[in-house]
Design a protein around this ligand. Sequence first.
Ligand SMILES: [Zn+2]
Length: 307
Amino acid sequence: MAIGVFKSGDELFDQGVDLIKRKEFAKARSNFEKTIAKGGKNANLAGIYIDMIDACLDNNNPARYERLASTLGKANGPFEFGLTEINPERVALECSLLAERMQVGRIQGNTSEILEQKGNKFLDIARRYQAKIGNDSIQINEIVGLQVNTGIKEALYLQAWGYESLAAGAVMSDPKKAAELLQNAYTCRKQLGEDGQQDMNLMKAYSKSVKCWICGRPSTGEGVHFLAMSSEISPFMRQSDDDILKSAPADYNSVYVCKPCYSSISRRSDEIARRYHEQAMQEMRAMEARLQAEIRSMNATMMVMRR
Ligand SMILES: [Zn+2]
């Protein structure tokens, strides 16, 4: 008879704890399941270990952390997971924050309202990481194999995402405000040791103001409220000193046009192009019919000649 069949719940539990140290999570999980089935003093902790293992094996799933946060509430004081001493209250808090962070990151949609909500939620979670975790390292990230940061550093990432999302939500109605929000995001990126170039580029584009070459109206926010349109500014035109000339890229190969002018021109030219396309297709179909008729009549003539 195989040894181990009659192991007690406690033995299975102790073996499970050792298996975690060796990172043999699947085997450890099965030991803890058997521990629970057999009952005994370690059943409660075995349940917590199972949820911790599930989080390790599926570390990108916010539902795992939500569950673990509530299971950890049942722990009776600190315990060990592998080589890490777990403070249940603290890790439960980290799990809730992590689950929330992941869920906010998954919010879909590009409307201003959604982007604004998403940005504010990121900033709110950032405040809690800062206040409640502070300069300590985030234990749950270490346990499940996610990037380990201090609460302060995690808060900086969340602030950068928050301000970037708020900026994306604001740019359609207020490009100057969007540029200010990106300035905040840029500062966070710099503090994180990144170059922040993407924020910087958007900030420059959103705060740039020009006059439309077609209607003369002022516009702010390159790429959103005005665009460069291919053109040619001749040397003579370059000598003019009106301020609209400032509203051209340095290479003089395009002019800036406001979004309303740009979209009216492109929609109208689309309509014209579509009409020409339909006309051309009609003519092709008519020509094809004529050719088919000619082929048929030629075939008929050849049949007559063969007789
Ligand atoms: Zn215009």
